[in-house]
Ligand binder design. Sequence first.
Ligand code: MN
Length: 362
Amino acid sequence: MISRRSFLSRTATIGVAGLLPSDLAIEQKPQRRRIACEEGFSLPELIDAVDLFMAKHANREPGIASLIGPGGKFPRMPQLLDPVQRIADMDRAGVAVQVLLLNSPGVQIFDAVQANELARLANERAGEWMRRWPGRFAPLAAFAPQDPERAAQEIERAVKSLGLRGAIVNSNTRDAYLSEPRFWPILEAIDALGVPLYIHPREPRSDMLAPYLAHNLQGAIWGYAAETALHALSMIMAGVFDRFPRLRVVLGHNGEGIPFYLDRIDNRYMTMNGGGTGKLRKLPSAYFRENFVVTTSGANRAPAVRMCQEVLGVEKVLFAIDYPFEKDVEAVAAAEAVPMSARDDEQFFHRNAERVFGIAAA
Ligand code: MN
């Protein structure tokens, strides 16, 4: 439960006592600059394509099939599609800028040609929103790992020509992670551009799905975090960050739980490797601390946020909501109630995001 006192003391102007936090956010013009770093969007053309794909090939994507049900349609939330409603919601919640991510599963279920076309279309659309509402959106580039060379070209085009701020992958592509060397041309392009790669969740790979389905754990309740953490750890263990030492990766949901486990991961890794770093140059935690930042999407309560700040450093933890899947006003209120110094607050709510995603300061 967020106390009204702590919310008021951090955001409110004088003379609004007695209002609930949700009323407050509507009434006031927030002074604090907030950048929300994992905010989903989509386009009707993509959802149409997902529906067509699932009607024909539900067996190839059992995770999605399990979430939408037999013969079901992909959720068509208006908030994913309508930038005008989005801007109004941002203003209501006190969010200055959204980092935009193409909603899961992105383009990763399609054949390579269609996936490339849809990635291009999504990036164009995000670029249009960015130009129409200057300063409000910082989109990341969708790409099709199915064709690594074309993916690398599209990321470069989207960043250099459209001004997009990084790249986004919705975890596994047809059961494969970016730890596999065939995908490394993509990582090479992202590294050369000096922009971050956001690894966003989706359902666990089909070869690991069955035990999740038994109790409906495949979605955001747990499967998303397990899937995405495994993806990230696979990249560390595959030596991705020895090959690309400057590559920056962003994980949502407080690092998908990894910060909580870093000590144990190192401890067991050393035990398995005679006390040393094995085939890696450094211990696993060193890559996580140096190459990763985390956002607080869907998890803005104090214990988890502060644990990440303590383990990784205040400069590595970025505010996020996970719009439109999480309630934006409540997420802002929860984040505002996390005890932090004024300086740490500024880093958490906007300075870290400005640095990581190359967003101009206000
Ligand atoms: Mn999300």
